[in-house]
Ligand binder design. Structure first.
Ligand code: NAD
Ligand code: MG
Length: 381
């Protein structure tokens, strides 16, 4: 169980909820990091008195340094500062940074020997092989925070051999546009895409849920975390977001984890594992939840899922490429510069931007990310 914690991305949706869990569980905060939000992190520093804090944005960090000069917290800046927070040697580093910006801090936390509570799925999508191999070599546990992966992790407790697992089944809410045709999707607005039916999350992942790219990224995340082939990972649309994912065993028993759609449950499990503790989240009232429904995703309309599957199967730098195209296109869509369907067009085009290699270094991942972002801008603008 975690006694000391660093929260990277503490100013975001997951970060704030992680600090709520830490507050209730009496976990000591060693380090906090964000990007630009001086006001939020200042309040967090005053409440949790971390030893160090960092903002990735240099200007914001300079401002923060002045604001918290009366505290004992040392303020660092830039990507280096964030990495230093990842190396603070807390029992657990919870990485809730959004995007590939989380990859270097993930590797730094593993290198420093902390348990990694991982919300930042993009670090596994882009650098999966390096992250998993380094963690294995160093004997570091990676505990999933993403709700589907936490559900799978909870559903495999007590399983003595991986060979007894036949299939992982990731559930998907379907997002705000489930049931729409491609013609209807063409002109959807940013405002409509940001209205998620069940979850309140950061803007990037909310758009990823609308395109269902999120489920594609999660498929890759699950393949790395649980050492599964992509072909052994199924996806089921479950509109109610009560069943968070399932595991099918060789005897055709299916074990699932259920709960209200509230990230504080999987965050807390990653921090109390292997134990459990009382939660601020309410009880699941199944009689009130009434019908739980399941259906196949519409892979033609939401093609990002299968583009991610293909990227994982091709291996090498392809997952980093589809991730980079998505990050860039997602950002351009949120700025109103491109249409909704341009996001999947960019993801599909990313395959042509990278060499087909089986092995890669972290530097190659970052180079691929830069190159694909540039190519995506050329394609879409
Ligand atoms: P968010 O946008 O609310 O927060 C992102 C955090 O990352 C902020 O603290 C921000 O300051 C920080 N950040 C942004 N750019 C950075 C950079 N360049 N360097 C360092 N820090 C930077 O995002 P979120 O919704 O909390 O999601 C965070 C991660 O968790 C994502 O990978 C997302 O896919 C995953 N996740 C989120 C949820 C959810 O419910 N929000 C659920 C499952 C998984
Ligand atoms: Mg998820």
């Amino acid at each position: 169980m975690t006694k000391t914690l660093a929260v990277l991305g503490s100013t975001g949706s997951i970060g704030v909820q992680a600090l709520e869990v830490a507050r209730l569980s009496g976990i000591k905060i060693e380090a906090l990091s964000g990007c630009t939000r001086v006001d939020i992190i200042e309040n967090q520093i005053r409440e949790f008195s971390p030893r160090i804090a960092a903002l990735a944005d240099e200007k914001a960090a300079a401002e923060l340094k002045i604001k918290v000069a009366d505290t004992s917290t040392k303020v660092l800046s830039g990507a280096r500062g964030v990495e230093e927070c990842a190396r603070c040697a807390a029992d657990t580093v919870l990485n809730s940074i959004v995007g590939i910006a989380g990859l270097a801090p993930t590797l730094a936390a593993i290198d420093a020997g902390s348990t990694l509570a991982l919300a930042n799925k993009e670090s596994l999508v882009t650098g999966g092989k390096i992250v998993i191999n380094t963690a294995r070599e160093r004997g570091i546990s990676i505990l999933p925070v993403d709700s589907e992966h936490s559900a799978i992790f909870q559903s495999i407790q007590g399983c003595r051999s991986k060979s007894q697992i036949k299939k992982l089944i990731l559930t998907a809410s379907g997002g705000p546009f489930f049931g729409k045709t491609r013609a209807e999707l063409k002109d959807v607005t940013v405002e409509q895409a940001l209205k998620h039916p069940n979850w309140s999350m950061g803007a990037k992942i909310t758009i990823d849920s609308a395109t269902m790219m999120n489920k594609g990224l999660e498929l890759i995340e699950a393949a790395w975390l649980f050492d599964m082939k992509a072909s052994d990972i199924d996806i089921l649309v479950h509109r109610q977001s009560i069943v968070h994912s399932l595991v099918e065993y060789t005897d055709n028993s299916v074990i699932a984890q259920l709960g209200l759609p509230d990230m504080r449950i999987p965050i807390q499990y990653a921090l109390t594992y292997p134990d459990r503790a009382p939660s601020p989240v309410g009880e699941l009232d199944l009689a009130q939840a009434a019908a739980l429904t399941f259906e196949k995703p519409d892979y033609e309309t939401f093609s990002c899922i299968n583009l991610c599957r293909k990227a994982f199967e091709k291996g090498g730098l392809f997952p980093a490429a589809v991730n980079a195209a998505n990050e860039k296109a997602n950002e351009l869509f949120r700025k109103g510069a491109i249409g909704f369907l341009d996001i999947e067009r960019a993801v599909g085009a990313a395959f042509d931007c990278v060499p087909d290699v089986s092995d890669y270094t972290a530097d190659q991942v970052f180079e691929t990310d830069e190159a694909v972002r540039r190519a995506t801008e050329r394609l879409l603008l």
